[in-house]
Design a protein around this ligand. Structure first.
Ligand SMILES: *Cc1c(COP(=O)(O)O)cnc(C)c1O
Length: 230
C-alpha cells in the first residue's frame, strides 16, 4: 500500500511535468515552484528531468538546497530583504524579484564575496492589486541610469519579471502581460541594446501561463500544475 502511494505521487509529478514539456516550447524555461513542498517531491521532479526550481522564502530555500543534487538551478522568486541576500548568494542562480537599488547593491556585494555573478530580473509592477511588489517603469529607469548601477560587476540584469492580477478576467491578465512585454522592449532599447544578456520575460503561473506564452513569456513559474495543491 505504501509503495503504491509513493508510485502514485511519482507518476503524478512526472506526468504533470511531461505534459508541460510537451506543451511549452523548448526555448521557454520552466521554473518548478517548489515552495511549501518537501524535498521528496522536488526529488521526484528532478528524477523526471526537471533542473530549474523556484522558492520564495530564504529560509526554506537554504534548508532544501543542501539536501538536493548540485546541478539544480535555484531561482529566488519571492520578496527579498537585503539582510538575507548573504544566505542565498553562494548558490542561487537567479534572483527574479529585484525591486530596489539597495537590494541590487547588496546582491552585487554578496556575489562578489562569493566570487560569482548572479543573474537578476527586475520585478515590474503590472497588477492592479495593492499587495504586489515591483517597480514602475520610471523606477526601473532610475535604477539602471544611477551612477551606483554602473559600478556593479557581480550582477547581470537578465530581464524582467511580473505577476498578473489574480482574476478570472483573461482580458485583464493579457493586458498586464502585454504591459510587461512592452516594458521589457522599452528597457531593452534604452539600456541594453548592446547587451544580449537582457533577454528574459518571466511571466505566467499555473493559472495563466498559456496567456503569458502568447504574450511573449520566456520563463514560466509553475507550482500547483506540477506539484498539486498545497
Ligand atoms: C507561488 C508562485 C508561483 C507559482 O504559482 P502557481 O499558481 O502554484 O503555479 C509563481 N510565481 C511566484 C512569484 C510565486 O510566488
Amino acid at each position: 500500500m505504501h509503495e503504491f502511494i509513493i508510485d502514485f505521487h511519482f507518476m503524478h509529478i512526472k506526468d504533470n511535468l511531461e505534459a508541460l514539456y510537451r506543451e511549452i516550447p523548448p526555448c521557454v524555461k520552466i521554473v518548478a515552484v517548489s515552495k511549501t513542498h518537501p524535498v521528496e517531491r522536488i526529488r521526484e521532479a528532478y528524477e523526471a528531468g526537471q533542473r530549474l526550481f523556484g522558492e520564495n522564502k530564504v529560509q526554506e530555500m537554504t534548508a532544501k538546497q543542501p539536501l538536493l543534487p548540485d546541478d539544480i538551478s535555484w531561482h529566488f522568486i519571492g520578496h527579498l530583504q537585503s539582510n538575507k541576500v548573504k544566505y542565498i548568494a553562494p548558490f542561487v542562480s537567479m534572483i527574479q524579484s529585484v525591486d530596489s537599488l539597495k537590494l541590487l547593491a547588496e546582491i552585487d556585494k554578496e556575489a562578489k564575496r562569493n566570487n560569482r555573478v548572479i543573474d537578476c530580473l527586475l520585478e515590474m509592477f503590472i497588477a492592479s492589486e495593492e499587495t504586489k511588489f515591483g517597480l514602475d517603469p520610471d523606477e526601473a529607469r532610475a535604477i539602471l541610469s544611477s551612477p551606483a548601477f554602473s559600478t556593479f560587476k557581480n550582477i547581470r540584469i537578465a530581464g524582467v519579471m511580473g505577476m498578473a492580477t489574480f482574476t478570472p478576467d483573461e482580458r485583464r491578465v493579457r493586458k498586464e502581460f502585454r504591459l510587461l512585454t512592452h516594458c521589457f522592449y522599452a528597457l531593452q532599447s534604452e539600456f541594453f541594446s548592446h547587451d544580449k544578456c537582457f533577454h528574459e520575460i518571466s511571466m505566467g503561473m499555473s493559472g495563466d501561463y498559456k496567456i503569458a506564452l502568447e504574450e511573449g513569456s520566456t520563463i514560466v513559474r509553475i507550482g500547483t500544475a506540477i506539484f498539486g495543491g498545497k
